[in-house]
Design a protein around this ligand. Sequence first.
Ligand code: F0G
Length: 448
Amino acid sequence: MPLTVATEPSSRLRCISCSATPGSAGQDFRCTDCGDLLEFVFPGRTADPQTLKSLWLSRKTSSNKLDQSGVWRFREMLPYIAEEHAITLREGNTPLYGLPGCARTVGVDSLLAKHQGMNPTGSFKDTGMTFAASSAHRGGFRWVACASTGNTSASMAAYAARGGMRSLVLIPEGKISWGKLSQSLDYGALTCQLRTDFDGCVRVLNELVRRKPVYLLNSVNPFRIEGQKTAAIELLEQLNWEPPDHIIVPGGNLGNSSALGKALLEMHELKMISRLPRLSIIQAQGANPFYRSIKEFGGAKLEPMTANTQATAIRIGNPASWKKALRVMGETGGEVEQVSELEIAEAKAEIGADGIGCEPASAVSLAGLKKLRSRGFVKLGEAVVLVLTGHLLKDPDFTIKFHRGDLFDGTPYEKDAARTHRLQRAPIVLDADLDRVIATLDAAEKAG
Ligand code: F0G
């Protein structure tokens, strides 16, 4: 059967607020008319769902580098970038795991985790970065740059290095994990730790791109959003195109939720799926500007805040993509929730105990699910997918402190932290003596 799909969909940029359609984007990727964000639209795009699904599946056995990427394999859903510019580490292709222990704890029949931490640099950022870094390559840029809480910078540094570009990283000093910092150093980025928070880094970067010819790789860059869409497409393919009832995702700068929601809406419009999953967004209580925007202002405005959470990846007080996230959450019928520091730590240990593991920011998805379940928004028989955004090894300090029992020392949560003891597995130091090891083993067996 001949393929009826276009391999070069015609895409256009459009402002999310005033609907202007500029021919190209400026250095800051904002609308020159009203200053809001831009997004890609695909006027007149049609597809034969069966043909497209078969084409994507057939690429899984191809040796072509684009086909081996879990992002570029779905390139009919993306703006066109020629193969010669494609920088790929074979990102995407991430597993969908069952979480049986967590499902029991929450009280749902079907709970799956789409583990985006299994990407080449250990976070979901790679799916957007492969596409946006390729766009920088096509533009002939020598330098790329981002502000980051650690994962974007790790990913950007890797893709820039692979594409022969230099990268400038702006990160908040002392507020990102060592694992993430070490990645950007090893991948050769020029790494600046600014004495501010993430939002301060964004402010400096926005000024910088107006002064210097560096290519901005934060998620205001619409190419990032397009690449990140593919995680939702891949998820639907893994579920044999039978959508789950709920998809639950952490919210920081709100690029990821915007991207996943955009993909769901596009797939629904193209009749690739027959119904829409509800996309719900969870924030840490100490970094909850989006939650407050919805609860206090019905989403009419967002008041920036000073953010504080030990889930440092989502320590963000002024999320750039909040309007995009608001739209997709509304159109899919999702909800917003906030979770406390203790709830995040517990959920992380529970995901770990299922043999999967993730970084703290990812665990807000499970903590949020518990709340959505107890509110009755998620029901017993419904199928739920959590998006785990980062790998367990991204932030080993958090994990070790939790299991040693000192994660909350000196914090306002110290008193209540006792409730997390049941989940702690502190390392045990012993003499190198067989009897001591056997006694410890027997005691553990008895304790159950
Ligand atoms: N989970 C992890 C592990 C993250 O690194 C981030 C964001 C998020 C969730 C939130 O995603 O911002 O799209 O809503 N990290 C960014 C960074 C901000 O710089 O690495 P979001």
